[in-house]
Design a binder for this molecule. Sequence first.
Ligand SMILES: *Cc1c(COP(=O)(O)O)cnc(C)c1O
Length: 397
Amino acid sequence: MSLQNPVFIPGPTNIPEAIRKACDMPTLDHRSPAFARLFRPAVAGVRRVLGMADGEGEVIILPSTGTGGWEAAISNTLSPGDTVLAARFGMFSHRWIDMCQRHGLNVQTLETPWGEGAPLAAIEAALRSDTAHAIRAVLATHNETATGVKSDIAGIRRSMDAAGHPAMLFVDGVSSIGSMPFEMAAWGVDVAVAGSQKGFMLPAGLAILGVSPKALAAMPTATLPRTFFDFADMLRTYAAGGYPYTPAVGLIAGLARAIEMLEDEGLEAVYARHSRIAEGVRRAVFAWGMRPCAVSPDLYSDTVTAVVVPEGCNGTDLVKLAAESYGMAFGVGLGEVAGKVFRIGHLGSLTEPMMLSGLATAEMCMADLGWPVRLGSGVAAAQDYWRHGARSAKAAA
Ligand SMILES: *Cc1c(COP(=O)(O)O)cnc(C)c1O
């Protein structure tokens, strides 16, 4: 690996210099008002990025990662033996299901082909047939990072409402929040989970959650064990501007800076940039004669593309060669699609010219491996798209 190249893995993402500097700070007493001054803007900024309703619900920032955020979501709101409904269509939805099972929850799993998204009709049917309302929560992976599939969270909420079911809606937004539109209040999300190292462009180390009033109300009767992740402890100490234990002060300073960067660019502009870069990447993929793992355009992710490699080729070979020969990082295929895809991460601190370096390097690897791809074909397709009308107004100005 070369530390000079950008990474094209779907997290951790490239860290802008300004954020690295913001994280680098002297020791600060976390029980002093100086910490509260640092912490409050980070919490307020997260509320805006998550699209939380004014004055409703709480933001929780834990020293952890996205996985810890999942654990916090279930352990604060559910009890052993509770039923949750989840679709499995990739490695990350699979891991969340596995975690629920290990916590003694009863997971009603909707098996869904990898490459597809959350099955709205099956979710609605499962909720309608649950007349006793045993299902306490619906779990949804907004952006399945293993397959590059985006699911329709607003649609899941509509299915839940159509079924007249009172379950909570928990959403894994680890690889979407901060890079793709997310509307916690408008979509009726009860717990949203993000991590610091993807759209927020920080090092790993924070789990970032939004918790709705309904999820907060579920806490007092939820009996799954929790101590480190206990929201009640967090909220009690937050009120005084503090923390129940030692916070990751540098990362929290970096988070406030990251939100400032996102808002300076404008959240809508950030989402548009991701969508534009993603479309250019897909044009390159099609020009190579390949296709995204996501089975239809409405499912295409704006943050990661899992590229299905030609018959007889192995995606993992490309990832290994890119690292060894060119010092560049792409993502390997995980689980069911191991070897069948390689993944291009295109989220966080990224521009079209940076992305061109990734596409060009992927092509060199394909040529080195003897794959049937013409050098420059994908790069030219992306260049054509980014030149003609798809340029950002800001960059063009
Ligand atoms: C990265 C990722 C996770 C896991 O997060 P960690 O920070 O590695 O614990 C969970 N879900 C999705 C969708 C992810 O992309």
